[in-house]
Ligand binder design. Structure first.
Ligand code: T4K
Length: 383
């Protein structure tokens, strides 16, 4: 009989570098007494990211939400933007904070990213951009969205909060569209405690983004635009540098856990994984989303979520409710019935995954799923 975990197993846990290493490197910050405002550690960290992504068109921010808000502001996006309701609420909040009207359209059922046909159908004379999300690190339909954006002269912006480390055809996914935003939040596979990054095609935007994240200051006494404060501090930058050293190992460890879930749960009726990604994609194993079909499982997604808690397993229902069902966005008009989004949001459950989650914990979580879904009982009675 599977037992309850003694300690809570959360959907994720941040990776931390060895404490001695962090403490040793803190000396540099102590000695310099430079804590924030484009300090030396941030400058070095930014250069390292620029080298890694092979671009100077890159800016680092205090978090991903402000990075996205600044992106929309700096690109002067206005009117209507077509986006997905199946994402973290920050995606649409960034539009709201820029006085932009979100237009929600449906996702496709395999990888849960924007359905290009639905995007095209929602374009109006007020549409200025598409804000698509590589949800769970699954790449959007890049070519189809690119073709639509070109055909209709729209900006194509990617919320790539989940997609650090994802590559397509051997190149970072950051190089698609006009701009991509990455989140370095503690819950992400790669993090700097809190943090965010923009990578963009038009190099002229860099200066604007740098102004916007620092109150609009150009020097000491000149303010060139009404900016905000979205600066990354030195402690965040140091964490970012140290975690970057471990990135390949972190992704590899996640791969093993992800595949263990897939192998163990592949044959469970009523549990559905996304189809394997195309060979052209190098995935980052950011999340383990499964869909729970109540009819086949005999247990609803919500009951499964609650039952697992009793065994100290804290899964999450990312992304439920849909954004269009939150009070602040309920009145946003939409012509799209959002059929797929609604179905997926009612069935989705994200299972625990992080690099140092013991593999036997993954096995035990699968045992618990068997137990709750009645499979353990059934296999005992058939023996
Ligand atoms: N766009 C998308 C598509 C996003 O997913 C996000 C953020 C953004 C934009 C905005 O980027 P940021 O501004 O955040 O950079 C979490 C994260 O706070 C959020 O960053 C993330 N998406 C979202 C999907 O998940 P919560 O409210 O679910 O996190 P929380 O605090 O419940 O943490 C989840 C679990 O992680 C906890 O149960 C335990 C564990 N945990 C968490 C923290 C913070 C730890 O073990 N240690 C920790 O320090 O939003």
């Amino acid at each position: 009989m599977p037992e309850s975990f003694c300690q809570p197993v959360y959907v994720t846990r941040p990776f931390l570098p060895p404490l001695e290493v962090f403490a040793e490197r803190l000396k540099e910050i102590w000695d310099g007494r430079w804590l924030t405002n484009n300090g030396p550690v941030l400058r070095r960290f930014t250069q390292r990211l620029s080298d890694q992504f092979a671009t100077e068109n890159l800016c680092v921010f205090s978090n991903g939400t402000l990075a996205l808000q600044i992106a929309l502001q700096g690109m002067e996006i206005s009117g209507e933007v077509i986006t997905t309701p199946f994402t973290f609420v920050a995606t649409t909040h960034a539009l709201y904070w820029n006085n932009i009207a979100p237009v929600f359209v449906d996702i496709e059922p395999d990888y849960y990213t924007l359905d290009p046909a639905k995007v095209e159908a929602a374009i109006t004379p007020r549409t200025t951009a598409i804000l698509a999300v590589h949800v769970y690190g699954h790449p959007c339909q890049l070519e189809a969205l690119d073709a639509i954006a070109r055909r209709h002269h729209l900006k194509l912006i990617y919320d790539a909060a989940h997609a650090f480390g994802v590559e397509v055809d051997g190149r970072s996914i950051a190089h698609h569209g006009d701009l991509s935003m990455f989140s370095f939040h503690a819950t992400k596979l790669y993090h700097s405690i809190e943090g965010g990054m923009l990578i963009f095609r038009d190099g002229h935007l860099k200066k604007t983004f740098d102004y916007l994240k620092n109150f609009g200051f150009d020097g000491e006494v000149k303010v060139v635009m009404p900016g905000t404060n979205a600066k990354m501090n030195e402690f965040q930058a140091l964490m970012g540098e140290l975690v970057l050293d471990h990135l390949p190992a972190l992704i590899e460890a996640r791969r093993a856990r992800y595949e263990c879930y897939r192998e163990r749960l592949a044959e469970v009726p009523g549990l559905k994984f996304a189809p394997p990604l195309p060979d052209t994609v190098t995935y980052n194993y950011a999340y383990v989303p499964i869909e729970v079909d109540q009819e086949q499982c005999g247990v609803s997604r919500d009951d499964l979520y609650e039952e697992l808690k009793k065994y100290n397993v804290f899964t999450r229902r990312y992304f439920y409710p849909l954004l269009c069902d939150f009070a602040c966005y309920r009145d946003v008009p939409t012509n799209d019935p959002l059929t797929v989004s609604r179905a997926v949001a009612s069935r989705i459950l994200t299972l625990p995954i992080y690099a140092d989650l013991p593999l036997d914990h993954v096995e035990r979580i699968c045992d618990l799923l068997d137990l709750i879904l009645g499979r353990a009982v059934r296999s005992l009675t058939t023996e």
